[in-house]
Design a binder for this molecule. Structure first.
Ligand code: FPP
Length: 247
């Protein structure tokens, strides 16, 4: 019995955690600092939580770093964020190696500067054989945008019509998944949003159908490993029945 148990991952640990890292701007405002300082602190928090996720045996971590709506911010903030994100991705190779981290991207590549997509592609290629935590960076990401891009891909291949032969909607749902950015990543079990807002803001709309949601009032730059633990304890106490009934 013991031996059998060991063959399976602990079901109380979420396999995939998504995080909406909110509150960088407020963190800086409270300190009368520029918003960019909040993003710098947010980046440090992201690294702390990535490390904590490795130790806690989480397999996939999706971080919402830049949304399709974030372009509405000032030119200065947008270019700071693009620079910060690409510098971070590039300079952390030793960290990925040491922690066995694989980097993936989700989001609309067509709207991103080439130097950012190059940095993402190089990091993905460099870490492709790493077998530990997969960190999926959502950059120029929007859930609706991902679904619409998925529809475009499917229509181009006439794949929807083929797989919809008959009217098996369930098969269609399953095959549509293949047109999303990372079909091989399981849906997030847990989505965390920091800084008090209680909404998904276009994050993983398709994939979040049965995700547990955890909201924290703490601003993202203040997040430490213990905050992730609080979310994991809360998750462990949730009953998940995916629309079925409890026995
Ligand atoms: C939301 O806070 C935060 C962002 C839009 C940027 C998040 C990016 C980082 C933390 C950098 C991490 C990057 C990587 C590659 C891991 P906000 O500015 O909306 O805060 P506010 O709501 O208080 O104004």
């Amino acid at each position: 019995m013991e031996a059998r148990k060991k063959q399976f991952p602990n079901p109380s640990i979420p396999q995939h955690v998504g995080i909406i890292m909110d509150g960088n701007g407020r963190w800086a405002n409270f300190r009368k600092m520029p918003r960019t300082s909040g993003h710098l602190e947010g980046l440090k928090a992201a690294k702390r939580i990535i490390r904590a996720a490795v130790v806690r045996n989480i397999s996939f971590l999706t971080l919402y770093a830049f949304s399709t709506e974030n372009w509405k911010r000032s030119e200065q903030e947008v270019s700071f964020l693009m620079g910060l994100i690409s510098t971070y991705i590039k300079k952390e190779y030793p960290f990925y190696r040491e922690q066995n981290i694989r980097i993936l991207h989700t989001g609309d590549r067509s709207g991103l500067p080439e130097k950012v997509t190059n940095v993402i592609d190089e990091a993905a290629a460099y870490t492709a054989s790493h077998t530990g935590l997969t960190v999926c960076l959502a950059i120029n990401y929007g859930g609706r945008n991902e679904i619409v891009r998925g529809m475009e891909k499917a229509f181009k291949l006439h794949a929807i019509a083929d797989s919809a032969a008959g009217s098996d909607r369930h098969a269609l749902e399953n095959s549509f998944r293949n047109f999303l950015d990372n079909p091989d990543i399981p849906d997030p079990d847990l989505i965390i949003r920091t800084a008090g807002e209680k909404r998904l803001s276009n994050f993983l709309l398709w994939q979040s159908a049965y995700s547990e949601l955890f909201f924290s009032d703490k601003l993202w730059p203040d997040w430490k490993a213990g905050d992730l633990d609080n979310a994991l304890v809360d998750f462990r106490n949730r009953k998940r029945n995916y629309g079925g009934i409890d026995n």
